[in-house]
Design a protein around this ligand. Structure first.
Ligand code: NAP
Ligand code: F7E
Length: 342
């Protein structure tokens, strides 16, 4: 039987690396799109890299960029894949306030560029768009489901709303199998260093063993619905296997504050901290020393205070549910970090 072919935009990212491994295990031929960088940015996929001399090669990397429609079109038209996963994005919410125009170019127009390239091809390509709980922003109801209205709170969230509707529109207008996975926060040992879970775990591991003195953070009261990236890329794959293309919320239906997350990490690292103060004056003290402080630089101009996802539709249609608890996720991330430190 002919192998299925997939293109992954954003293959070097957290989700891209998990998805590439999943698809290779499922015997796909995978084409990953990477962008040119002055330093090597393939560390998350180095373990599956295959060079030109590999016999029966099934994993290829190509240069491309979501801001460059010519590279997108060339790759899609050349490989005519069965499936395309758009995981590429300027994905940092805080950074999107610093580079709003670039964020919109990649996260909004980038999706349109892919959809346009798909539209021009006769073959029925299935398309997955990495939509996000950030679209719910200043939430209109709790928990959030597929019918909850959007109210994005950042250039990132606004750009993703554009991509969400473009995906819906190309599905309805051109009969393309195109779906939005509305994914809530998901983390893993290979999460980017500046996202809050990884930042906290990395710093507290270093503090525990004397390699770092203090951690600066922003809003500790924000609540997030955190899952594991491994579970979430499996949901992406399932979403492209359905009879009818449907947009789905993928979440854990549990929400915790950043402060609670820190408390759990400290518990597993056996760091007995005491909290003092409120708001930006909050501090965590360990052995008489302040090890966590808040700094205005890490607050956002407008915040998403509480996210809680209702994934019951995905449970029903995909038979999907999260398999990793927050504690299991934290333990896995700590183990990974401690191995690196040692
Ligand atoms: P990530 O780790 O930041 O990875 C983003 C990927 O996009 C990287 O491979 C990055 O390449 C690539 N990229 C950035 N700009 C690009 C451009 N102009 N052209 C081509 N590629 C570009 O993000 P992630 O956590 O894996 O998330 C994957 C997708 O899901 C993103 O679209 C994100 O917005 C969305 N999402 C994430 C979450 C979450 O909690 N993780 C939740 C909902 C939705 P480099 O490696 O070169 O930087
Ligand atoms: O922040 C607060 C911050 O940057 C989580 C992306 O994958 O998930 C991610 O976006 C919360 C926020 O993730 C710091 O204010 C406090 O309330 O880890 P984060 P995010 O903004 O939720 C969504 C679903 C995506 O789609 C995005 O691509 O933590 N927070 N202090 C902090 N956050 C950061 N980064 N750094 C701090 O020092």
């Amino acid at each position: 039987m002919k192998k299925k072919t997939a293109i992954i935009f954003g293959v070097t990212g957290q989700d891209g690396s998990y998805l590439a491994k999943l698809l290779l295990n499922k015997k796909y031929v995978v084409h990953g799109v990477i962008r040119k960088s002055s330093s090597i940015n393939t560390n998350r996929i180095d373990d599956i890299y295959q060079d030109n001399f590999k016999k029966k090669r099934v994993f290829y990397l190509h240069y491309g960029d979501l801001t460059d429609s010519s590279s997108i079109k060339t790759l899609i038209h050349k490989y005519k894949p069965d499936e395309i996963y758009n995981l590429a994005a300027q994905s940092h919410v805080k950074v999107s306030f610093d580079v709003p125009e670039y964020t919109a170019d990649v996260d909004a127009l980038g999706t349109l560029r892919i959809l346009e390239a798909i539209k021009d091809i006769k073959k029925k390509i299935r398309f997955y768009q990495a939509s996000t709980s950030e679209m719910f922003g200043k939430v209109r109801e709790i928990p959030q489901n597929e019918n909850t209205p959007f109210y994005p709170r950042s250039p990132y969230g606004v750009s993703k709303v554009f991509s969400y509707w473009m995906t819906v529109n190309y599905r309805e207008a051109y009969n393309i199998y195109a779906v939005n996975g509305i994914l809530f926060n998901h983390e893993s040992p290979v999460r980017g260093d500046t996202f809050v879970t990884k930042k906290i775990i990395k710093a507290l591991c270093k503090i525990k063993y004397g390699f770092q003195k203090k951690l600066y953070l922003g809003n500790l009261e924000a609540k997030r619905d955190w899952g594991h990236a491994r579970d979430y890329v499996y949901a992406m794959w399932l979403m492209l296997k359905q009879k009818t293309p449907t947009d789905l919320v993928i979440a854990t239906n549990k929400t915790y504050s950043v402060k609670y997350f820190i408390n759990r990490v400290c518990k597993f690292l056996n760091l007995k901290i005491k909290w003092k103060g409120k708001g930006i004056k909050t501090k965590a003290i360990f052995n008489g020393k302040v090890i966590i402080e808040c700094h205005k630089n890490y607050y956002r101009p407008s915040e998403v205070d509480k996210l809680l996802g209702d994934y019951s539709k995905a449970k029903k249609l995909l038979k999907w549910k999260p398999t990793t608890s927050l504690d299991q996720l934290i333990i896995e991330m700590i183990d990974y970090e401690l191995k690196l430190l040692k």
